[in-house]
Design a protein around this ligand. Structure first.
Ligand SMILES: [Zn+2]
Ligand SMILES: [Zn+2]
Ligand SMILES: [Zn+2]
Ligand SMILES: [Zn+2]
Length: 162
């Protein structure tokens, strides 16, 4: 099972563990840095074939940074390293996704300190931003599960792969 997990979390370009995994529309995933290398001669809007299935995708305005960050694979990698840390869902635009420290109750997003700032100062009034640790202690909806939603999901994944 451990080996299978390593296969899933391996980048097909560098054969190393995926670093900052980004998904193409065909759902193949690669390291951000590998995709950057792959698309370095391409203008935004140009077509680039997937290195695996050759299905073409459009290079986003911001380059591979604009592709979807694959939270699922990142979670698997974190679990593999024995970490159940939650990733920030606001760090799509930068190279690394920070660890989430707070959750915005209004947007239902896990966020790092930096990404939570616009929520705290939102124009329509500040959003309800609470520390993740507080969320894990209290469970408003599912009182039967001892952990918060996030911990529960990670637990599910862990269960499925072991
Ligand atoms: Zn790679
Ligand atoms: Zn593909
Ligand atoms: Zn962030
Ligand atoms: Zn918010």
């Amino acid at each position: 099972m451990e080996r299978q997990l390593s296969e899933i979390t391996k980048c097909p370009i560098c054969f190393d563990e995926l670093k900052n995994p980004r998904s193409l529309p065909c759902l193949h995933s690669f390291c951000l840095r590998c995709l950057k290398r792959q698309c370095k001669d391409k203008e935004p809007g140009a077509k680039e074939p997937c290195p695996i299935c050759r299905r073409e995708f459009t290079v986003p305005q911001r380059g591979p940074l604009g592709l979807n960050f694959n939270f699922y694979l990142q979670n698997l990698i974190d679990i593999k390293h024995g970490s159940s840390d939650v990733r920030c869902e606001g760090c799509f635009a930068i190279d690394e996704s920070n660890l989430a420290t707070v959750v915005c109750v209004d947007c239902d997003l896990n966020l790092c300190e930096r990404c939570s700032l616009p929520h705290k100062q939102s124009e329509g009034g500040p959003h309800d931003v609470i520390p993740l640790s507080a969320l894990n202690r209290t469970e408003p909806e599912q009182e039967s599960t001892p952990k918060g939603n996030v911990g529960y999901n990670v637990g599910q994944i862990k269960h499925n792969i072991t």
